[in-house]
Each structure stands twice: as structure tokens, then as C-alpha cells.
Ligand binder design. Structure first.
Ligand code: FAD
Ligand code: PHB
Length: 393
């Protein structure tokens, strides 16, 4: 067996794990990042696209913001669309802030490039991760790579392995509480080589359900349709996807979608989930390993980045000043933000989707809420300040 030692073993090379490694490196703290899949896989996985203004600042301060600043699209508002009319929410006027459109896989590419450039350990395609000694001051991570078993001794384990990872299962069932809501719909998402038909994101509610027009660049559109959780993609040839998007995004003033070759098509389930606390002994969970939000508020990646921002500061405090106060408060501090964001993501989802349980009262109430938002600066302010992101504490 090959044995190694590091200060922080990071499980998972998504945005959470990679940013944590980068933040620790800048503070002179060693880490090893272990990833189950390949570099090509994590660098091409199309997921989130919206960075809160604070996520932009965090990435910039971590030294990985140069390409994002050059290629990202700064957005100062979004459009809400219902009953054929458009209503702009002006983030600039309401909050003085903006968001950045920059794909998650681009963030991941930038973080991997920084890690490779600094010759820091990042292992892909590792298998069978097992954790032990989490309640001692010397945890250990065992894993398999290239047919051999390896052991990594460390001071802390960061569980950044996403919702389907293994780290969360090391929290003792008797010591944690799980909170969960599964929604009765999913999103059918496409990535298409087509110039976005709107300069800003459009969130639409139609009799047929939700639709979202988003983008990745001036030549790449990202669009979503509310669908059934078990929707069969075979029933959605490209022409049907475009037709349905056009129906749900139509306006009385004649909006027309720009279409183009569809490069990718997938169905994403919708869930709200939180585990409390996010820590056990010397295992700290961050990002999707600890919580999931439905994507309507565009928050998942932002929460992951905010968690590791807090965790990095707490680890620095431990290694540099011998103080564990911030580590003890890690879970509580993150959960405060997480529940704010859970509320907002649930609210945006409820506002903009058709539920199969909807009755006439619910429909009227939903329309009244959208009309209130369209006409009330106070209501718009609430949406805008949550969308651009609550302040980091
Ligand atoms: P992940 O990105 O899931 O990374 C975890 C990593 O751990 C993965 O690379 C995985 O392979 C690895 N791993 C898993 N198990 C193991 C193991 N046993 N050993 C080693 N490695 C392991 N968020 C936003 O902020 N804005 C958006 O606009 C947005 N849109 C979205 C749209 C869609 C369609 C989807 C699906 C998600 C969206 N999200 C959005 C959510 C966002 O993508 C996630 O919240 C984000 O990926 C969380 O990052 P993470 O690093 O915590 O986890
Ligand atoms: C995306 O561009 O993928 C995206 C944008 C906004 C959301 C969710 C996803 O709310």
C-alpha cells in the first residue's frame, strides 16, 4: 500500500473541492484532491451558468478570475414572462449589483488549470474511497488508483463529492437531521448552437408550464422546459423541443426564438435537500454533498463556492492561529445562508411552475403574485437582492 500525508484531503473535483484546494494553496496549506471521474468528464459537464456577484469576487480573489472577466457576460437584470407580456427586473437599479453568465465547466477548467500549473496533487479516476479516524485528530482516506490501494493521512477531510457522493454517509444517522422536498416535475434542458434570442435570461410561466431562456455565450443558448420527472427524451425530437419552447416563451409583441443545432439534451430532477449539521469530527461537507436546491434560483454552484469560502477561512484559522472557533461554527454559519437560499429557490420554483395539484385558487394566486412582482418595486427588490446573492457574513 502507498502511504502519503497532507493537511486537507478533498474528496471531489467539482467547483467546491477545486476552489477549496485553490484557497488553501494561497494560504500555504497542503491538500490532495481525489476525483472519481476523468478530467475530460468534469471539464465538459454542462451544469450551472449564473454566478452571483460575490462568487465572481471569490473567484477573482482566488486568482482564477481572469478568463471569467474576459469571456463572462455581465447581466444587470432578468425578464419575467407570463400571459404574453414581459417584465424586466432591473438588478442594477434595485441593488446596484449584477450577475455573471459563465458556465460551471469553465469555472472548473480555470480551477484545474491553476492547480496543474502549481503542480498540486489532483488525482482523477480514483475508486473506492473509504474514510476512517474522523473523530480522531488523524483521519485517514483509503482509495484505489491505477489498480493499487493508497492511504492518505490528513488533519481534515473535506467532503465535496456532490449529492451522490459517499462522504455524507459517514455522518452518524443518530447525529444528523435530513430535510427534503422532491418536486413533481423536472427540467428538460438543451444546449444549442444558436445566438440567444434575448440579451438577458427569461423566466416564463405558461399554461403548459415553466420555460427558461439562458445562454453560455453570444453563440450558445441554454434553454429549459418543465417536464415530467420520468420524461422520456425519445419523445422529444429537436423540432418538438423548439416548438414547445416557442409556445411557452411567446409574447403578444411577437417574440421569436433563434434556433440552431442541439448539442446536448438532458432531464434534471428537482429537489430541495439539507443535512444538519454539515460536520462530523474532522469531516466537513461542502456544496451539493450537504445541500441541493431546485435550479430555478440559479443557486447551487454559488452555495458551493460560499461554503468553501467559509471553510477555507476556518481551516486557515486552525493551521495558522491554532484556533478552532471558526471550524466549530462552520456548519451554523453556512446553514444560515443555505436556508435563506433554500427559501428563495423554493419560492422561485413555486412562482414559476405548474404543479399537478394546482386548483383554480392556486392558479389565480400564482397569477396575482406574478402581477404583484411586475408592478411593485418592493416585491422586485426582494427578488433582485436574493438573485444577485445575499451578502457573505
Ligand atoms: P459537484 O459539481 O457535483 O462535484 C462533486 C464531484 O465529486 C464530482 O466531480 C463527482 O464526480 C465527484 N465524486 C462523487 N463521488 C465521489 C467519490 N466517491 N470519490 C471521489 N469523487 C467523487 N447552480 C448555480 O449556482 N447556478 C445555476 O445556474 C445552476 N444551474 C444548474 C442547472 C442544472 C441543469 C443542474 C444539474 C445544476 C445546476 N446548478 C446550478 C447546480 C450546480 O451545478 C451544483 O450545485 C454544483 O455542481 C455543486 O458543486 P459541488 O462541487 O458541490 O458538486
Ligand atoms: C443556466 O444557464 O443553466 C441556468 C440559468 C438560470 C437558472 C438555472 C440554470 O435559474
Amino acid at each position: 500500500m502507498n502511504a502519503q500525508r497532507t493537511q486537507v484531503a478533498i474528496i471531489g473535483a467539482g467547483p467546491a473541492g477545486l476552489l477549496l484546494g485553490q484557497l488553501l494553496h494561497r494560504e500555504g496549506i497542503d491538500s490532495v484532491v481525489l476525483e472519481a471521474t476523468s478530467r475530460a468528464h468534469v471539464e465538459s459537464r454542462v451544469r450551472a451558468g449564473v454566478l452571483e456577484h460575490q462568487s465572481v469576487d471569490i473567484l477573482q480573489a482566488a486568482g482564477v478570475g481572469a478568463r471569467m472577466r474576459r469571456e463572462g457576460l455581465l447581466h444587470h437584470g432578468i425578464e419575467l414572462r407570463f400571459q404574453g407580456s414581459r417584465h424586466r427586473i432591473d438588478f442594477g437599479a434595485l441593488t446596484g449589483k449584477s450577475v455573471m453568465i459563465y458556465g460551471q465547466h469553465e469555472v472548473v477548467k480555470d480551477l484545474i488549470a491553476a492547480r496543474v500549473q502549481a503542480a498540486l496533487p489532483l488525482l482523477f479516476e480514483i475508486r473506492d474511497v473509504q474514510l476512517s479516524g474522523l473523530e480522531s485528530s488523524a483521519p485517514r482516506v483509503q482509495f484505489r488508483a491505477e489498480g493499487q490501494t493508497h492511504a492518505l493521512e490528513c488533519d481534515f477531510v473535506a467532503g465535496c463529492d456532490g449529492f451522490h457522493g459517499i462522504c455524507r454517509s459517514y455522518l452518524p444517522a443518530s447525529g444528523v437531521k435530513l430535510f427534503e422536498r422532491v418536486y413533481p416535475f423536472a427540467w428538460l434542458g438543451i444546449l444549442a448552437a444558436a445566438p440567444p434570442a434575448s440579451q438577458e435570461l427569461v423566466y416564463a410561466l405558461h399554461e403548459h408550464g415553466f420555460a427558461l431562456l439562458s445562454m453560455r455565450s453570444p453563440t450558445l443558448s441554454r434553454l429549459y422546459l418543465q417536464c415530467a420527472p420520468d420524461e422520456d427524451l425519445d419523445g422529444w425530437p429537436d423540432e418538438r423541443v423548439w416548438e414547445e419552447l416557442q409556445v411557452r416563451l411567446a409574447t403578444r409583441d411577437g417574440f421569436s426564438l433563434t434556433t440552431g443545432p442541439i448539442q446536448q439534451k438532458s432531464v434534471t430532477a428537482m429537489r430541495s435537500f439539507v443535512v444538519e449539521p454539515m460536520q462530523w469530527g474532522r469531516l466537513f461537507l461542502a456544496g451539493d454533498a450537504a445541500h441541493i436546491v431546485p435550479p430555478t434560483g440559479a443557486k447551487g454552484m454559488n452555495l458551493a463556492l460560499a461554503d468553501v469560502h467559509v471553510l477555507a477561512r476556518a481551516l486557515v484559522s486552525h493551521f495558522r492561529y491554532g484556533s478552532d472557533d471558526l471550524l466549530r461554527r462552520y456548519s451554523e454559519q453556512c446553514l444560515h445562508r443555505i436556508w435563506k437560499v433554500q427559501r428563495f429557490s423554493w419560492w422561485m420554483t413555486a412562482l414559476l411552475h405548474r404543479f399537478d395539484t394546482d386548483n383554480d385558487f392556486d392558479r389565480r394566486r400564482q397569477t396575482a403574485e406574478l402581477e404583484y412582482l411586475a408592478s411593485s418595486p418592493a416585491a422586485q427588490q426582494s427578488l433582485a437582492e436574493n438573485y444577485v446573492g445575499p451578502p457573505l457574513e
